[in-house]
Design a protein around this ligand. Structure first.
Ligand code: SF4
Length: 673
């Protein structure tokens, strides 16, 4: 039986395949024999005839390189050519662009569904072969604020404990994460533990699935994570509920933090926010529970995708440190977001988070530089840049200006429409390689299906060879061994041999002497002093909170976006899985509005959402008692819905992660019932 990990979320469940169907692996330390529907059926896209199964060039390249005799027409835009020919084309174009404009006229943007080996080689190619620091990955639109916020406070941008820490907790705090839909197997753990007596606190802008099991249920206004978290910290400080011993021995900066905390609004502020008044008293009860319990903190994009996302992550870490509970789990979106960052696919870190001499541009600035003409060539690896990023209209405009765009993909999608060269590559279920899940766990995946297509790293290596650099890697393992050499402190002990043997109980980094590290920070924090640091971030009213404080009028709606159980990112993979695609209600993005707004929205059946940046297609609307008055939820999976045309450049103040979780929109009724 072949074994791999499910690619569809940062949980990274182990699964087997017996040649016909997926097998649940009871001994899997992550999955424990359970899989959600995506784990069970998410491999079916393998058999789709829509897959990209070759190397494609567009009409201009065909003409420029006189390739007609070698080419076979694929569709209106593309022609298939032998891979060797496409490698030559890419190398020649990049050499030419580098000679004419310099290495910095190139950028490389990767996704987190590629394995670590490909992520590593991609950043190496950009930095060493082309000479560009402009390398980034899709953490830019998800957990870059977790990396920033955790490094500033506890010194390491990763989960400090495994998911199993949930089993040890007395109180589980889930903030900004619809865990039942986005990370189902973690939500199983939570529910299991709650049934055995642990308390659960859920903090979200709408009534999500976990609310049913929660002792503390907070529906908070949009844009109030930092307000809420700081208010909890203020109660802990004012009521002297903090863990003095832990603070004295393990944490710096408490006096400064304590001095600043009175400047943040107390829980009383919620009494001024219409519809949210009751939060005031509940916060106090919650703060006391956090301080008196062994508490584990989990969060998702409901925290990070805000202008103050990094600050809110720091505020979560502050609560953990104040109460002596350094049990922190950012729930990553894809199964290798952690690995993509660990491999240095970031503009400001080399592999292992070493500082680079020259920092590159983050993706939003790459797009601006393309639009401004400074970046001429872009290589996108496993990331539908023209769909999943904000401000789609601007991205589309910029992509048209590129001199040269290369895309590695498994299906045609929005970004391939703009490509000059497309490389069809192996999917996650067809290759060997390492994925690092949201617990820092290194799974060595085996191919479940044979494929003659190259892996991403092989494409990169072939192009590099034609640009004068033979990396000399013959196998995926060779690439991984280069990572181990470059980042010995985290991966030195993580040989393929060890990872093969320990697949079902895969180690978490740092891996040394054949053993991983379950929990970080047991004795010290990875900072210069060995201590963690409380970082106070002031809150100023913004977005919906500002509006609630300043205005009585109810104009427009506040929109948040998110994923749903059956789909993954741009839904191209999941819509090509026969079983998943059967569910009719999941075939388009649906707007959810409050039952209380039914009349205001004229009992509509379809609406168009409009922001100052753009508008969506007409979308079905459903009225729900789980949504708060004046707010909306919509998923972002289907390109034709155009959700991301609504969002602009607003993003985290440090790391520019798009503010996908809060946007003022107007709703135009298309079709009244
Ligand atoms: Fe896959 Fe995540 Fe579901 Fe596990 S929880 S089966 S990793 S989608």
């Amino acid at each position: 039986m072949k074994r791999t990990v499910c690619t569809y979320c940062g949980v990274g469940c182990e699964l087997g395949f017996d040649g016909e169907r997926v097998v649940h692996l009871k001994e899997g330390v992550v999955s424990k024999g359970k899989l959600c529907i995506k784990g069970n059926f998410g491999h079916e896209f393998i058999f789709s005839d829509k897959r990209i199964k070759g190397a494609w060039v567009n009409r201009e390249i065909l003409k420029e390189f006189e390739l007609s005799a070698l080419a076979r027409k694929v569709n209106e835009n593309f022609f298939e050519v032998p891979y060797e020919v496409a490698y030559d084309v890419v190398a020649k174009k990049l050499i030419d662009i580098k000679q004419r404009f310099g290495g910095k006229a190139f950028s490389a943007i990767g996704g987190a569904r590629t394995n670590c080996e490909s992520a590593y080689l991609f950043q190496k190619f950009a930095r060493e072969i082309v000479g560009s620091p402009h390398i980034d990955n899709c953490a830019r639109i998800c957990h870059a604020p977790s990396l920033k916020g955790l490094r500033e406070t506890v010194g390491e941008g990763a989960a400090s404990v495994p998911f199993d820490a949930i089993y040890d907790a007395e109180l589980i705090v889930v903030i900004g994460s619809n865990t039942t839909e986005a990370h189902p197997i973690v939500s199983h753990r939570i529910i299991e533990k709650v049934r055995k007596g642990a308390k659960l606190a859920v903090i979200d802008v709408r009534e999500i699935g976990l609310f049913r099991f929660a002792d503390f249920k907070f529906i908070i206004p949009y844009d109030s994570n930092l307000l809420f978290l700081n208010a909890v910290a203020r109660v802990i400080v004012e009521e002297k509920l903090y863990n003095e011993k832990f603070l004295k021995e393990r944490v710096e900066n408490f006096d400064e933090f304590r001095g600043k905390i009175p400047t943040t609004p107390s829980p009383e502020i919620f009494k001024k926010l219409k519809g949210y008044e009751h939060i005031c008293d509940e916060i106090k009860r919650f703060a006391r529970a956090v301080a008196s319990s062994k508490t584990v903190f989990l969060w998702g994009l409901g925290v990070t995708e805000h202008v103050d996302g990094s600050d809110a992550v720091m505020a979560i870490a502050n609560l953990a440190l104040l109460t002596g509970n350094p049990y922190l789990i950012p729930l990553r979106g894809q199964n290798n977001v952690q690995g993509a960052c660990d491999m240095g696919m970031l503009p400001y870190f080399l592999p292992g988070y070493r500082e680079p001499e020259k920092k590159g541009l983050m993706t939003p600035d790459v797009i601006k530089a393309i639009d401004g003409g400074e970046i001429k060539a872009l290589w996108v690896m496993g990331e539908d840049l023209a769909h999943v990023h904000p401000d789609r209209a601007f991205i589309e405009k910029a992509l048209k200006k590129l001199d040269f765009l290369v895309v590695n993909e498994i299906f045609p999608c929005e970004v391939t429409k703009y490509a000059d060269v497309v490389f069809g590559v192996k999917s996650c279920y067809e290759k060997t390689g390492i994925y690092i899940n949201a617990e820092r766990r290194l799974h060595l995946a085996q191919p479940l299906f044979d494929s003659a297509l190259p892996d991403d790293w092989e494409v990169i290596a072939e192009v590099a060879k034609r640009m004068g650099k033979d990396f000399g890697y013959k196998t995926t393992e060779d690439v991984w061994n280069a990572v181990r050499e470059e980042v010995p402190e985290k991966f030195g002990g993580a040989s393929y041999e060890l990872l093969k043997e320990s697949f079902l109980n895969a180690p978490q980094w740092p891996v040394a002497d054949g053993k991983g590290t379950e929990c970080l920070f047991k004795e010290k924090f990875p900072t210069k002093t060995g201590k963690a640091r409380l970082v106070f971030k002031p809150y100023s009213p913004k977005g919906m909170v500002k509006e609630l404080l300043e205005s009585e009028k109810e104009e427009g709606f506040w929109l948040t976006t998110g994923r749903i159980l059956l789909h993954y990112n741009n839904a191209v993979q999941t819509m090509n899985c026969q079983t998943l695609a059967k569910f009719r209600t999941y075939r388009e993005d649906i707007v959810y509005a409050s039952e209380e707004d039914r009349e205001r929205l004229k009992n509509a059946e379809r609406v168009v959402l409009v922001s100052r940046y753009g508008r969506t297609a007409p979308l079905p609307i459903v009225f729900s008692k789980h949504i708060k008055k004046g707010t909306l939820f919509v998923s972002f999976h289907h390109a034709k819905s155009g959700i991301n045309y609504l969002f602009g450049e607003e993003g985290d103040v440090y790391v520019k992660t798009a503010a996908f979780k809060s946007l003022k929109v107007k709703v135009e009724v298309v079709d009244e019932a």
